[in-house]
Design a protein around this ligand. Structure first.
Ligand code: AMP
Length: 497
């Protein structure tokens, strides 16, 4: 997953882009980058690490200009080499830089087409570089003519026809302005923001509304599925709806885990959808186990706290923060290799024994993916003196790979893959396990906006709205396995060492 922001301002934009990226940091901690337009020059700096590590004051000082884009990266389709930090840049036509959130699922076919027919060279394995080159090629084919909004939008229409998968992208077009577009199904989020200044209006496009809040922009609206916005350097905005647009199908995992609770996605408050997940889970527990003996509900910090509170309330039991998180450790999921992941859960969480001792505890997490976290947490609860340890997931079993930009392990590494709920309960070592039903999850996320017809729920249902080419899932499986990732890391290490 990644986070993106683009701003057309009336004064230097790099400081606001930097601030927005720090707010979007939860969407990617691997690398960060900013590109700005300064007259005919495109200034670009990108580096591995958190936003605060990637930019020094000296580098920020060089990012002059009133128009710019920024990106935080979470490795998905490509490898984890620093060459894959974004924005990517190509010098033709006229200079284009692009930041992408999502994942293309026909990258191999596009890469061959780009090389053989479009005569374009790709220097990384990143699908975002592919997306940029498809866009650049389509802009390029409008030869000898300046890039009017109509020409730019025609190019985006062809991008939608050629690229399959999930993508929100923001491109910086030298001498022109910024172009933002959302995939035809609107799988990945994108919002438009605005603020009035004494010199005139300023516009921003971002992955999440929380980034706008933090830099003083008002949320105007979400981009529609298949919509492209072009904002020129003078601050004029143009909108275009692609004929390729389909029914809005936003990714439900944004609500489950990924997005910040203080964001609005497609007019739905992420915080409120998580509250409703807790209410629905309580209703299910009351239904399937009316005479339960749960004494206390304890969330796994941080995401699940929002759902755990109404869950406890509606069950009529206490809510306690039994696990305390060390905030200065990165997310365990992104640490390479199983061994390191296992150690880091204990480094990250500590149990307050008194909240567990002699109690029947219901531990709540937003999702169970590999099960590594849940298994260790259940063990920690037992060591802290719990009588019975029950476990609840605010989302259904994750049984299928996510191909739309959420970093998930290989299918074989998902604890729910090939297991029924009883078997998962045993594998986790819980005394009882309950999962959210998919229909309840969908209702919880849709309640704020009846216009959302459907969600992308593929990692729970195995149904992929874009369709999948034969063999794609098998190939993905190979790339995502721990063994393959370890081998790639070793190759990268020997290449740089
Ligand atoms: P595990 O079951 O050990 O793989 O991890 C599940 C935990 O990881 C849950 O607490 C989630 O909050 C979190 N999580 C779920 N999906 C992701 C993801 N794509 N990237 C990072 N963390 C995630």
């Amino acid at each position: 997953m990644c986070g993106i922001i683009g701003i057309v301002g009336q004064s230097a934009v790099a400081p606001a882009i930097y601030d927005a990226l720090t707010i979007l940091q939860h969407r990617g901690q691997d690398a960060a980058g900013i590109a700005t337009l300064e007259g005919h020059w495109l200034n670009l700096h990108k580096a591995r690490g958190l936003v605060a590590e990637a930019f020094s004051q000296a580098e920020m000082d060089k990012l002059r200009g009133n128009v710019g884009i920024g990106h935080v990266r979470y490795p998905t389709a490509g490898g984890d080499h620093s060459a894959e930090a974004q924005p990517f840049y190509v010098n033709s036509p006229y200079g284009v830089a692009l930041g992408h959130n999502g994942n293309l699922i026909n990258t191999d076919a596009l890469a061959s087409e780009l090389f053989e027919s479009d005569r374009r060279h790709l220097n990384t394995e990143s699908d975002s570089e592919v997306l940029l080159n498809v866009l650049a090629h389509e802009l390029q084919t409008k030869k000898n003519k300046s890039l009017t909004p109509e020409r730019i939008f025609k190019a985006v229409d062809v991008v939608h026809r050629r690229c399959k998968g999930a993508y929100t992208a923001i491109a910086l077009l030298v001498n022109q302005g910024i172009l933002g577009f959302r995939d035809p199904w609107g799988i990945r989020p994108a919002v438009l923001g605005m603020r009035e200044t004494a010199r005139g209006p300023e516009y921003a496009i971002a992955s999440e509304s929380v980034a706008l809040d933090g830099i003083g922009f008002e949320l105007v609206r979400d981009l529609r599925p298949g919509e492209a916005l072009f904002i020129n350097s003078e601050g004029e905005m143009f909108s275009h709806q692609s004929p390729e647009a389909k029914t809005l199908t936003p990714c439900i995992f944004e609500h489950v885990y990924f997005a910040r609770p203080d964001s609005m996605i497609d007019d739905v408050s992420v915080y409120k959808s998580r509250l409703r997940m807790g209410e629905a889970l309580a209703a299910k527990i009351n239904r399937v186990w009316p005479d339960h003996d749960i004494d206390v509900v304890i969330p796994v910090p941080d995401t699940s706290r929002t759902a755990a509170l109404p869950l406890a309330h509606n069950l009529g039991v206490k809510y306690r923060e039994g696990f305390i998180k060390n905030r200065y450790i990165g997310r365990t999921f992104i640490m390479p290799g199983q061994e390191q992941r296992q150690k880091s859960v204990r480094r990250k969480l500590n149990a307050i024994d008194l909240e567990f001792r002699r109690k029947n505890v219901l531990i709540v997490d937003d999702s169970i993916v590999r099960g590594t976290t849940s298994r260790q947490i259940i063990q920690m609860a037992r060591e802290a003196g719990a009588n019975k340890v029950y476990f609840a997931s605010a989302s259904p079993p994750v049984r299928y790979p996510n191909i739309y930009g959420i970093d998930m392990p290989a299918t074989a590494e998902l604890i729910a893959h090939g297991r029924d709920e009883k078997q998962i309960q045993e594998a986790l070592g819980a005394d009882w396990l309950v999962y959210q039903d998919l229909d309840d999850l969908v209702d919880a996320c849709r309640e704020g906006n009846d216009d959302i017809g459907q969600f992308d729920t593929s990692c729970f249902s195995g149904e992929y709205i874009t369709g999948v080419e034969p063999g794609y899932l098998e190939k993905l499986e190979l790339r995502r396995s721990d063994a393959v990732k370890a081998q790639r890391r070793e190759e990268a290490r020997t290449a740089t060492g």
